[in-house]
Design a protein around this ligand. Structure first.
Ligand code: C2E
Ligand code: CA
Ligand code: CA
Ligand code: CA
Length: 274
């Protein structure tokens, strides 16, 4: 039993009793999905709030299950992480993005930056995926600063030596780093000056309830001032209304992403923006 939910995604977990059974089932299906290449990468435009231009996009994985329909990454990424499949999936996403980028660059000579979500577990693994990624970029002839790596605050706070090495390797090689879901996880801010970070992404939970009188407005305003003082740019996610956009623009937010502009699009659909 599954229902079509938000965004037309299917939910594998209709009830508590079925949940663990469904997780087992999904794990089996995930192994097959990797073999059968059932994943696809979508691209959500990121708008420059000052100029209105679009030259950034976030890559978001989707799973096109042959019989179950489109499965949300929020449902299968945690299971992939739990069972060690995230490394393979993460690598597949990155290769896919680079291949796509190469095509777009050849066809449109466009000035584009694509951001890729990287799981904290990929930083904890023993394999040196950063070297492999850099080599993949080099072989494709794409400059590393065309790629933004999206990580959550936890990666920086719980960073062990191996994770630190990986982060510094990204930064030393000119890949850009964005802190995803900023403000939702931790209270420490000291990491902001220890690492070479380019973007803060304001979580959509803050943008959701944004009105002229809301506490979230004060919070977002403070985040923007902090970021700019540190030389970072701010991306607001989950922008759905013109009011939210106007308020963000007034506060000097640099970039916005959300259904107001566009939902995540297939690569073919995204080319309309190029
Ligand atoms: P995220 O990185 O925070 O991505 C933003 C999510 O917000 C996306 O959900 C996007 O479709 C959704 N979104 C965008 N605009 C709006 C809006 O205006 N309103 C609302 N309500 N939602 C909006 P999605 O694509 O379902 O992805 C969910 C999460 O799955 C992502 O959250 C990310 O944590 C994870 N994910 C997606 N792709 C990957 C991937 O390639 N690798 C890894 N490790 N995680 C991924
Ligand atoms: Ca993200
Ligand atoms: Ca986010
Ligand atoms: Ca998130």
């Amino acid at each position: 039993a599954k229902n079509k939910g938000r965004n037309g995604f299917c939910f594998f977990m209709p009830s508590m009793q079925e949940a663990s059974q469904n997780r087992m089932l999904m794990l089996t299906h995930l192994h097959l999905a990797i073999q059968r290449q059932e994943f696809v990468v979508f691209y959500q435009p990121i708008i420059d709030l000052q100029s209105g231009a679009i030259y950034k996009a976030e890559a978001l994985i989707r799973w096109q299950h042959p019989s179950q329909g489109l499965v949300s990454p929020a449902d299968f990424i945690p299971i992939a992480e739990e069972h060690g499949l995230i490394h393979e999936i993460g690598q597949w996403v990155f290769h896919q993005v680079v291949d796509q980028f190469k095509d777009w660059q050849a066809q449109y000579q466009t000035h584009l930056q694509i951001s890729v979500n990287v799981s904290p577990l990929q930083f904890q693994g023993l394999d040196n995926f950063v070297e492999e990624w850099l080599l993949y970029l080099q072989t494709a002839g794409i400059a590393p600063d065309n790629i933004i790596i999206e990580i959550t605050e936890g990666v920086l706070l719980e960073a062990n030596t191996k994770a630190m090495e990986k982060l510094f390797a990204f930064a030393d090689n000119d890949m850009q780093i964005a802190i995803d879901d900023f403000g939702t996880g931790y209270s420490s801010l000291s990491y902001l000056t220890k690492f070479d970070i380019h973007f803060l992404k304001i979580d959509k939970s803050f943008v959701n309830n944004l009105t002229p009188e809301s506490n979230d407005l004060t919070l977002i305003k403070a985040i923007i001032i902090l970021a700019h003082q540190l030389g970072l740019k701010v991306i607001a996610e989950g922008v759905e209304t013109e009011l939210q956009r106007d308020l963000l623009q007034q506060m000097g937010c640099d970039f916005a992403q959300g259904y107001l502009y566009s939902k995540p699009l297939s690569a073919a659909e995204f080319t309309h923006f190029l």
